[in-house]
Design a protein around this ligand. Sequence first.
Ligand code: SF4
Length: 344
Amino acid sequence: MITRSPNLLQRTDTTEPIALSRGWQAQLRQAIRDPRELLARVGLDASWLPGAEAGHALFEVRVPEAYLTRIRPGDPKDPLLRQVLPLDAEARAVPGFVDDPLAEAEHTPRRGLIHKYPGRVLLITSPACAINCRYCFRRHFPYAENSPSREQWQASLDYLRDDPSIQEAILSGGDPLASSDKRLAWLVERLGDIGHLKRLRIHTRLPVVIPDRVDDALLAWLTTTRLQTVMVLHINHPREIDAAVIEACARLKTAGVTLLNQSVLLRGVNDDVETLAELSEALFDAGMLPYYLHVLDPVSGAAHFDVPDADAVALHRQLRDRVAGFLLPRLVREVPGERSKTPL
Ligand code: SF4
């Protein structure tokens, strides 16, 4: 549990205050990137270190302070910790789990631009994330080759301008909101100049893991674009939604942004009906509609999170019996080559 005061977060389960800089960029810079430090902060002993270092060598650890404060200390099964703690299981090769599970390399007509589905195009807007989720399907994505420069964005804008069938630009990453507001405002202004574009969609986890990201500078460009704005957040467990996330969502709603959420079904995190029902309720309370519940993309290093399809379908059925229809996310899989997500 945390309470907020102007310049620091105070854990209510310890007497020790944790200083938290208010600026999101400083929080991003200060995120934990050392497995030893992560273990110390979450109260796990040295027996976890070899595994954590093995996983970290494959995909570096990254956890911002604002997320860390929501993790229950001393509990290796904490569902929030499980999402960020590197394990030696990540080094195990499992048949069917590959580096590019969605074959995105085949749908990249320009560097940093993915055109898989009709009518919408995805721009890799930032190579960085504020948090490194161990199950991420882009954990092996060649960001160095797709890291966007101003020239590259210009080429992407030309691509969008030349195809009148494209109605929606999706900013993705990494996390697009890891880019500066100056760069994002530049890009969004030019997207708004493309007459056939109707919508701007932003896929981000930043308002969840560093809620201070939703500041005045962000709201300034979000509210001045003529495009309809949709933000798809990424929350997997109800405990990720604390008072600061609720406040960030309220600011986005007030700015006229449509808020949706997508979750990934993850073993040991949210693979029970109680948690999923609580998540749907908590999302709606905070102003988000549960949009998708994805089964895990088979990316190498994440097989220990996999929930078999039969279990996923059974869980979804139980959830349907528990929550109102509009709180039921669609259970989907992304299949390479398909023109839309595939319902299970
Ligand atoms: S925030 Fe999203 S893109 Fe970044 S590591 Fe997590 S799941 Fe992957």
